[in-house]
Structures are given as C-alpha cells and as structure tokens.
Design a protein around this ligand. Structure first.
Ligand SMILES: [Zn+2]
Length: 475
C-alpha cells in the first residue's frame, strides 16, 4: 500500500474555465457514496465502480440534438469533477453552451518526456422512452447481476470505470508511467459540436502532448466457446457523410397534368440510393479481423466473398457486416404543404458512412445514382479513421486482457459508427476504442446500444476496472 491515503475527501472545486460560475455551495449529494467503506476502496480498485456507474445513470443526460431540450450534462460533469476533487485531482469544466459541460483533468505520469495518453468518455446519452423499458431508464437499478439504465454501456460504464481506477490510484499513491489526460465530454450523441469538437477547436492546449487515446466501442468480449473470447479492439471507424438531396420542379395544381414534379424526382433518387448495394471493399482492419475470427471459428474465409463468413458471426454480424462497404440509408423526407399543391421543392436526408479513404468515391457514386437534376448538400462530413493493430499500446491492452482472462483473443475491428475519436484524431492523436468489458456469451451486446433495457453486467464492469487498472499502469 502506497502513500497518499486520503480517506477524507478534499473539497477543491473544479475550475469552471468557461463560465466562471462555481458549483453550488452546501453539502453535496455526492457525499452519500463517501459513506462506503474507504478501506475496501483502498485495497480493491473495483470497490466503487458500481456506485459510481449507478450515480451517473441516475443523472438524466439525454441529448436530443437540441440545446433547449438536452439536459443533465452540466450536472454529470460536476459530479465527475467532484469525484476527482475528492481525491485531489483538479479538473477544468468547459461549457460550450449553457448546460453543455465538459470536464478535463491531467494525471501526471512518472515520465514527463513521454507523450500523454488521452482517456475520453462522453457523458450524454440518447433519449429513452420509459414506456418501452422494464425498469426506469434513469433508475440505475441493480437487477439479475446487471446495472440497468440508459448509458449503461454507452458509455457511463466506462466513465465510471476510469473514475474508479483514478480514485483508487489517488488513494494508494499509484502513478501512471506517462501523463494521462481525462476528458469527459458532452454531445457525442449528436455530432460532438458541444463536446469533443468544441474542446478541440477552442481548448486544444488541454491535449498538449497527447499522442494516443482510448475511448468507446472496443474492448468488449465475444464468446467463441467456453474457453475463448474475442476482444474487439477498435482500430478503425467509418466516416460520417450525412447529406441532403434537393429536388426542384415546377409548382402546380395537383389536379392537372404535370411532368416536372419535385416529389416524384426526389422519390426516384431516394429509392435508387436506398436499394443500391455498394461494392465490397475489405480494408486491412477488416481483413485482420476476419482472418483471426475465421481461424478461431473454423469458418472458411473466401476473400472475394467475406459476407458468407460474416453471416456466421451471429450477434456481431450486423456490426461487422457494415464495415465491408460504403452504406447509404435514406432517413428523412420533406416536401409539400397542402394535399392538392405540387411543391416546387423536395428534400431527403441520407445517412451515408464511408470506408477509410472512400468519402470522395462515395460522393461520385451518389452523384451518379441521383443524376444531374438532384443537388447534393453535405450536412455532416467527418473522415473515417484507421490505424494499425501494433505497437506498445496495443501490446499493453492485449496483455491486460490476457492477464484478467486467459482465454482472451484481442482482435482489431472497424466500427461502422462514429465516436469522439473523430474529433480527437484531428489533433494527430492515434485513437483506439478500448473500454474493456467481459460479457456473458448469450448477451446480444450490439442490440443494447441505443436499445431498450440497456444494461451492463456488474461482473463485466468490475472486470473492466481490473483490465483498465493494469493497462493504465503499463501504458
Ligand atoms: Zn457512445
């Protein structure tokens, strides 16, 4: 047991760098958790993680994509800042808009000459309809060995794990080998404008010296059999290419002959895109993943037909299946204002995701599909990411997983969605998805993301803390 046995919480407030409005005074509701046995928290890094995760789940941080109706991020950010302050870690809180708060802290490492590791997690969650859930989505209920609530796996679990490790280290005097920068962000679920992108654009000094990063949607297990589990480490992310199609026509009366109808033109273009299948392209990441998985599962892998192998992957087939081609899904339509008036304009939104290096190609493919009369406007365009599955950091992740699960087989994979890594990679940071979780073999993990009855297994959460503790000590 090392020094720094701070059993009494310090009362530093986080520095509210952007608004200069301090936290409310008086006894904090966070004090409740401090009544837990400080001695056990000293010896066991996992001791607090369930309490921390439950507290975070009980703070409704719904991000609707609209500042007027999004809630709770400030309260969650203050909670994190207080939990860090209790163990003597100073943080800064940056608000990008009223209520949209981000917290950043730096834990000094023993070797300041090394580049820092960024550990980032978002605090916001997507909306949840309580009528559809078995428990209150913000109840943080503990049931059947799971902690339930919106954000349980996306991604308050990881937020809590990192807090648990850092608090344990502060109490026991442990220090990481290099600086660790903690970033708890707002707005990941709606494009990061008020979160990671805001920090990168306005406060990049916070990330000085960061060379690598870990964040969400990686490090979770997929059971091959009782003795072997794949751990999918995210080394690549598809690009986001959200676009709006605009069709123009001649307005007119709905009762007459009409050969220049914007709705008809738009509908044809949307249908062509929606039915189109883009060609299969197997990137280095996906090839590495499929090779490893096919080997383990004894599946024949035909490089010209990866879809047959992917179809045999069960619940993760829909994660991997979207990473072998560009995709384009129509999501919104808008036209007209009266039943008997032919409108002059019609618009549609298409959610496109591009493979690394394919964004321009995808644009050309789409222009060909919609034809010359439909205009394309990009409403969101963020590049894909891809890094290699090698080097000391990957070794440290793999070693930590194997130490806690001898049956672990770490593999690289590509995420079809996007994360805050897109923003942080703009600073030249090499980003990975590594939020370790050991999952029961029968849990359909991918369905829980933004899904009903989102929940995280308690033993998986504790496993994640142990892996992170090892990994961050050797990063
Ligand atoms: Zn997320």
């Amino acid at each position: 047991m090392g020094g720094g046995t701070r059993t009494r919480p310090t009362r530093n407030r986080p520095v509210d760098a952007s608004t200069r409005a301090g936290l409310s005074s008086g006894p904090g509701w966070y004090e409740e958790a401090m009544t837990s046995d400080a001695a056990s928290a000293l010896s066991d890094p996992t001791a607090e993680v369930v309490d921390l995760c439950r507290d975070l789940l009980r703070i409704d941080t719904t991000n609707t994509g609209d500042n007027d109706t999004s809630v709770g991020e400030r309260r969650a950010a203050e909670y994190v800042a207080e939990k860090l302050a209790e163990v003597g870690v100073e943080s800064v809180l940056h608000e990008s808009a009223p209520g949209r708060a981000n917290v950043v802290a730096r834990i000094p490492g023993t070797d300041p000459s090394r580049g820092a590791l960024l550990v980032h997690g978002h605090l916001d969650v997507v909306p949840a309809d309580a009528d559809e859930w078995s428990v209150g989505p913000f109840s943080g209920e503990l049931r059947d060995g799971y902690l339930w609530g919106r954000g349980a796996i996306d991604m308050k679990d990881f937020d809590a794990m990192v807090l648990a490790v850092v608090r344990h280290w502060q109490r026991t005097g442990a220090r990481p080998p290099r600086d660790i920068v903690l970033a708890y962000t707002a707005d990941e679920e709606a494009g990061s404008d008020y979160g990671a992108r805001f920090l990168v654009d306005n406060h990049r000094g916070l990330f000085d010296g960061c060379t690598e990063a870990i964040g969400e949607v990686g490090g979770f297990s997929y059971s091959v059999n009782d003795n072997q589990r794949l751990y999918l480490i995210e080394t690549a992310e598809k690009g986001i290419d959200w676009l709006r199609l605009h069709a123009k026509g001649r307005p007119g009366h709905g009762s007459m002959m009409h050969d220049d109808n914007a709705v008809t033109a738009l509908a044809e273009a949307v249908a062509r895109i929606g039915r189109h299948r883009f060609p299969v392209v197997v990137t280095d990441t996906v090839r590495a993943f499929l090779t490893e998985v096919s080997d383990l599962l004894g599946i024949e892998l035909d490089p010209d037909d990866p879809e047959t192998a992917i179809a045999k992957l069960g619940p993760i087939a829909n994660i991997i299946g979207a990473t072998i081609r560009n995709t384009a899904n129509p999501t919104r339509l808008s036209a007209g204002y009266k039943d008997n008036v032919i409108p002059g304009r019609a618009t549609a939104t298409i959610d496109c995701r591009s493979l690394p290096g394919q964004s321009e190609l995808l644009e050309r493919q789409l222009r060909e599909l919609v034809g010359p009369d439909i205009a394309i406007e990009y409403v969101q365009r963020q590049p894909a990411l891809e890094t290699t599955f090698d080097g000391d950091l990957v070794e440290a992740m793999s070693a930590a997983l194997r130490a806690e699960d001898p049956g672990a087989r770490p593999v690289p994979y590509m995420l079809s969605g996007g994360t805050d890594a897109k923003a942080f990679s703009q600073l030249g940071i090499r980003c990975f998805g590594f939020a370790p979780l050991r999952l029961p073999a029968d849990l359909n993990f991918s369905a829980l993301f933004h899904g009903i009855d989102e929940r995280v297994p308690v033993d998986g959460l504790q496993f994640g803390v142990r892996v992170l503790d090892r990994f961050l000590r050797t990063c």
